[in-house]
Design a protein around this ligand. Structure first.
Ligand SMILES: NC(=O)c1ccc[n+]([C@@H]2O[C@H](COP(=O)([O-])OP(=O)(O)OC[C@H]3O[C@@H](n4cnc5c(N)ncnc54)[C@H](OP(=O)(O)O)[C@@H]3O)[C@@H](O)[C@H]2O)c1
Length: 298
């Protein structure tokens, strides 16, 4: 099977298309014939070598790319609740691995895989796992809303867009910080809109990683949640600092996929590209201004 891997970190040209043996599922595992794999900012960080420098990646041969996959079950090991042909999606966690969704085939533990609801397109499904789960788990860190105020930076991005809507549903008074051209999107998600940080908030969730000005916008006694756990900032002020580190959660993902299929959460596809054009996808995402995910199709 074909897969995109990196042997030596670097620019987009570090992404190599290689032929690998088709992986076989063991007990409790399934093999997914990948139909769609979203391209996320973390993939660019893996490719750049940031996680190698931090000592988080120690793969001897090559590193697999991608976190989001949607596809069809192609083979099953013993004792799994899936059958060949089932449509599924999953988040593949962690960065220190030789395999990933940028591939034609992928083996995962069945417990990490969610069934797709009827009517949800595979490309759309591939945009859901990482960023809905991150938004959900970031909000879990904040506890009950009780009408408190929350600023979400990067509110038109993948994490921020979901966070704004899910926070408003939980009862937060949400302000979404985004580019002026994103105002309608943010307001449609149930939030007030800001193009610059203004005011003081009970909590700030910072997917745009503005850090210092975002922490400054937290009231005394409030909470700041970042998205880069390896680079958690500090402050002398009375502000709780934390960072989300997304965890695989197939049960919650199944619910988020159902909400996407029902039209309650947006499925945001920017464009699709063939798997062998992964480098172009990385170049496009790096330019900024991309709304919705670029999705690789093997
Ligand atoms: N810790 C975890 O578990 C976890 C999980 C998922 C993601 N993440 C991280 O979360 C971050 C966000 O991911 P994402 O997928 O949501 O990225 P994204 O889709 O690119 O969204 C980021 C958004 O922030 C906007 N932005 C940046 N600076 C801004 C500013 N000064 N004012 C207004 N808007 C600004 C960007 O706008 P432009 O495009 O116009 O610049 C973009 O809309 C990434 O660093 C990612 O690696 C962490």
């Amino acid at each position: 099977m074909r897969a995109i891997v990196i042997r030596t970190p670097g620019g987009p040209e570090a992404l190599e298309l290689v032929d690998l043996p088709t992986p076989e599922p063991g007990p409790g595992e399934v093999r997914i014939a990948v139909a769609a794999a979203a391209v996320n900012p973390v993939d660019i960080s893996v490719r750049d070598g940031i996680f190698h420098q931090l000592g988080f990646i120690t793969q001897p041969e090559h590193v697999g790319l991608g976190w989001d996959v949607a596809g069809t079950i192609a083979a099953v090991g013993a004792d799994v609740p899936f059958r060949v042909g089932d449509r599924v999606a999953a988040m593949v966690g962690g960065v220190d691995r030789s395999f990933g969704p940028y591939a034609e085939e992928l083996v995962l533990p069945a417990t990490e895989v969610a069934s797709l609801p009827d009517g949800l397109d595979l490309v759309e499904a591939a945009t859901v796992p990482l960023n809905t789960l991150t938004a959900t788990q970031a909000l879990d860190l904040l506890g009950d809303a009780e009408g408190r105020t929350l600023l979400v930076t990067g509110a038109a991005g993948a994490v921020g867009g979901y966070a704004v809507q899910l926070a408003a549903e939980r009862g937060w008074q949400v302000t979404g910080l985004a580019r002026p051209s994103d105002e309608a999107f943010v307001r449609e998600r149930g939030a007030a809109f800001a193009s610059e940080i203004d005011g003081s908030f009970d909590a700030v969730l910072d997917p745009a990683s503005l850090v210092e000005p975002a922490i400054a916008a937290v009231r005394d006694g409030g909470v700041y949640i970042g998205v880069l756990p390896a680079m958690k900032p500090t402050t002398d002020r009375d502000v709780t600092i934390d960072a989300v580190q997304v965890q695989v959660d197939a049960a919650t993902l199944a619910g988020l996929l159902a909400r996407t299929a029902a039209g309650e959460l947006p499925a945001r596809v920017h464009s699709t590209l063939p798997l062998d054009q992964a480098a172009d996808a990385h170049r496009l995402l790096s330019k900024g201004g991309v709304r919705g995910r670029i999705v690789l199709v093997p």
